[in-house]
Ligand binder design. Structure first.
Ligand code: 13P
Length: 355
């Protein structure tokens, strides 16, 4: 595979009006989300939930691919085909989370290093055989008045770059995700400062490791005030600060930027994406979404672990995907949210059924 082939996959993932569904929560994380709604977390309930997300009729118009977790890519849907095949049948590309999680960074209280490089080449080979064509690795950066340390930023940037180089060697498009967390009381200005430092370090490391920028996607946080900050910025300020930071630090050769939602509520995540895409001026990359919670939360709530709600869960995912697809080209409107399902019947709605 050439860099050109990887670039074609990267461009397909950010095709006009499309973004990515992140459905790669680890078992403990998904269990926590299930338990908050009183849903039992079993291998079977997790499979049912992921299959519901992957079979929302019409969602592929707005979702180009889905990121899976190791358990999911090995699971079979109720008709006996693998969940990776289920995605392909819906015209969505299978992706896979390949880091093994963030662990405490030695000598750096309050900071983490994302691990998973050992054995990664072999794991990539095996995921390729299961149908995955793009990968994800998430680095986590905590913000306080004194954090992050440069040691934490450098170590995580190095790991992201080594992962990305290995992924490209094994014919995967790497999604490079350095997440500056929203946890804390920091201002939007502090988030912009830290995000800039982190992106600078990440692209320096990617250059050092010879990663082809044309064959990757960046998955950053938006520039946003910490959850505990009294002064929450307007959507316009989030958009302006985010785009300014990205223009300063992300090379034009990168085909796409797909944001994480990071704990923003679903509508706000859509509003922010739309505001960024509506800003005038140079945007050399596609700007779209790779949301987890902001796409899934309404679907999880609607399903609530009950088979009789599978159709409602699929519909809820479709609705968020449609709003975010519009936001990825700056065409999201309040009316799209307010429109009731009956007044706003999507073309595939007749196919929403329980399995
Ligand atoms: P959220 O959109 O819920 O932040 O998840 C995105 C993701 O993939 C985190 O790694």
């Amino acid at each position: 595979m050439t860099c050109h082939d990887l670039e074609s996959i990267a461009l397909a993932l950010v095709a006009d009006g499309k973004g990515i569904l992140a459905a790669d929560e680890t078992i403990p994380t998904l269990t926590k989300r299930f338990e908050s709604l009183g849903i039992a977390s079993t291998e079977q309930s997790r499979r049912t939930y992921r299959q519901m997300l992957f079979t929302s009729p019409g969602a592929a118009e707005f979702i180009s691919g889905a990121i899976m977790y190791d358990e999911t890519i090995r699971q079979k849907s109720s008709n006996g085909t693998s969940l990776a095949e289920t995605l392909k049948a819906q015209d969505m590309l299978p992706g896979i989370k390949v880091d093994t999680g963030a662990n405490p960074l030695a000598g750096a209280p309050g900071e983490t290093i994302t691990e998973g490089l050992d054995g990664l080449r072999d794991r990539l080979k095996s995921y390729y055989g299961m149908g995955a064509r793009f990968a994800k690795w998430r680095a986590v950066i905590h913000v306080t008045d004194t954090l992050p340390t440069s040691g934490c930023v450098t170590a995580n940037a190095q790991a992201l770059a080594r992962y990305a180089a290995l992924a490209q060697e094994q014919e995967f498009v790497p999604i490079v995700e350095p997440e500056v967390l929203m946890d804390g009381a920091h201002t939007i200005a502090r988030c912009e400062e830290v995000t800039g430092i982190v992106l600078h370090a990440v692209f320096d490391a990617l250059f050092e490791q010879g990663v082809a920028l044309e064959g990757m996607l960046l998955k950053p946080n938006m520039v946003i005030a910490g959850k505990g900050c009294d002064r929450q910025a307007s959507a316009e300020d989030v958009a302006t600060s985010t785009l300014r930071c990205l223009r300063r630090h992300v090379p034009a050769a990168v085909p796409g930027i797909v944001f994480l939602s990071g704990g923003q509520n679903p509508r706000l995540a859509t509003t922010h994406l739309n505001a960024i895409n509506r800003l005038p001026g140079a945007k050399p990359w596609k700007i779209s979404f790779s949301y987890g919670r902001a796409l899934q939360d309404p679907a999880l709530e609607a399903w609530h672990g009950q088979d009789e709600n599978l159709a409602a869960g699929r519909e809820a995912l479709y609705r968020r995907a449609r709003c975010n697809g519009a936001a990825s080209v700056g065409r999201y409107t309040e009316e799209m949210e307010l429109a009731s399902t009956s007044a706003d019947e999507p073309p595939h709605r007749r196919d929403w059924s329980d399995d």
